[in-house]
Design a protein. Structure first.
Length: 248
């Protein structure tokens, strides 16, 4: 199920969005009225898509500024929602490169089309962003022997020592495995990799992240720093994380 985070300062519109999204078969991680609440929500439960109003009344940030901040840490599709359709607003929003744009008032079919377009556009960007140091594993199963993954690259298998893995992230249809030297996109789910690594110093810290404890540089509030990457600690994973951290 595709899950969305709603950022909308008007309670009536926010509630209407929740109802429409649920009727369309989507899930909702949270509905936030302010930029600060939205950033806190992202740390606890990462959505698949962000639906953000541009004009947030009484907030120090508007939706565009918030989207810029989100993009510094999270690679997520963003859909802007606004009643403002003037040239200045459109130009400002375009600078963030949103994945879709919806004008208020919106029709249910328009919202559905915008979400599906955002999903498609984001997946296309992901495919085009894979460079020569990123290899896609097309097989459903990944051989795992003596602390090593063997990842298929065309007609050969590349050995990846688990000791070299910094973190693993769920990204749509793929799972991204990050090492110091290169990235691998695997067509298997994060839960499968978590099970394969259960006897090694890896821990699930978020529904979308599995980290290697040996590479943790710092922990600040509910964010882990590894090699200049900021990884959120999900609310439901927090207790287990700190318990394991105290045992080190």
């Amino acid at each position: 199920m595709i899950r969305l985070l709603i950022i909308e300062d008007e309670p009536i519109i926010a509630k209407h969005l929740e109802c429409v999204l649920q009727d369309l078969g989507y899930g909702i991680t949270n509905s936030c009225r302010t930029s600060s609440d939205a950033l806190k929500s992202l740390k606890n439960d990462l959505p698949d898509i962000i639906l953000c109003d541009i004009h947030l009344v009484g907030d120090p940030w508007d939706g565009v500024r918030l989207a810029q901040e989100i993009r510094l840490t999270y690679d997520l599709p963003i859909i802007f929602l606004t009643a403002l359709t003037d040239a200045a607003t459109i130009h400002s929003a375009a600078a963030v490169d949103p994945d879709a744009y919806i004008s208020k008032p919106f029709a249910e079919r328009s919202l559905y089309a915008a979400i599906e377009l955002a999903i498609f556009k984001f997946s296309q960007k992901k495919e085009h962003s894979i460079d020569q140091n990123e290899i896609i594993q097309d097989e459903e199963t990944i051989p795992f022997f003596s602390g090593n993954f063997f990842i298929k690259d065309k007609k050969r298998l590349i050995k990846v020592n688990t000791d070299e893995i910094l973190w693993i992230k769920a990204e749509g249809a793929y799972t991204k495995l990050v090492t110091m030297d290169r990235n691998f996109f695997l067509s298997t789910n994060l839960g499968t990799l978590e099970y394969k690594l259960k006897d090694l110093p890896f821990l699930r810290v978020h529904r979308s992240f599995l980290v290697n404890f040996k590479y943790i540089d710092a922990v600040e509030e509910d964010v882990i720093a590894i090699n200049n990457e900021r990884i959120p600690i999900g609310k439901s994973f927090r207790e287990a994380f700190y318990k394991n951290l105290n045992q080190l």
